[in-house]
Ligand binder design. Structure first.
Ligand SMILES: [Zn+2]
Length: 142
C-alpha cells in the first residue's frame, strides 16, 4: 500500500483506464466491500515512481496480498518470477477466466505466481466472478 497521496484526478484516470475493475482479479469496484485502491505496480521502496504508468487499480484484497512485492517464487520450478504488470502485460495472455467456476486460470509462469500470491481464487472472489460472468457484467481489460 502506498503512503503517497493520490490526487482525485489521478484516481479518476486510473479508475477510468481500468473500467472500474481490479486489474488483477477483475472484480468491479461497485461490487467490492471496500473501495479499490490505486496500487503502485512497482512499490516505492523498489524505486517505483508515482506516475500513471506505474499505477493500477486494485481491489483491497489483491492490494493487501501483493503488498510491496514485485516477484514471487514459482511453485513448479522454484525460480523467482516477476509478478503480472497491468501496464506491460496483457491480461488475456497471462490468465483465463473460467466462466463456470469463476476461477482465474494462469496461462504463463507470470500468471501462475500472480494467481498464487494474490490469492485471486479465494472463495469470495470465485462466487462474485461466477455471478458476474453469468450476468455478463464482468468486463475484461483490453
Ligand atoms: Zn483484485
Amino acid at each position: 500500500m502506498s503512503k503517497t497521496y493520490v490526487s482525485a484526478s489521478l484516481r479518476r484516470m486510473v479508475c477510468d483506464r481500468a473500467k472500474g475493475c481490479c486489474e488483477y482479479c477483475l472484480i468491479p469496484e461497485t461490487l467490492a466491500l471496500s473501495s479499490h485502491q490505486v496500487d503502485h505496480i512497482i512499490a516505492e521502496k523498489h524505486r517505483g515512481e508515482t506516475v500513471e504508468s506505474n499505477r493500477a487499480l486494485s481491489c483491497s484484497l489483491c492490494n493487501k496480498n501483493k503488498g510491496s512485492d514485485i516477484a514471487s517464487i514459482d511453485p513448479e520450478t522454484g525460480e523467482v518470477v516477476r509478478l503480472y504488470n497491468p501496464r506491460k502485460d496483457r491480461w488475456e495472455e497471462n490468465f483465463k477466466l473460467q466462466t463456470e467456476s469463476g476461477a482465474i486460470e494462469s496461462l504463463t509462469v507470470i500468471g501462475r505466481v500472480t494467481v498464487r500470491l494474490l490469492q485471486v481464487n479465494g472463495a469470495e472472489c470465485l462466487t462474485q466472478r461466477k455471478l458476474l460472468s453469468k450476468t455478463r457484467s464482468l468486463i475484461k481489460p483490453d
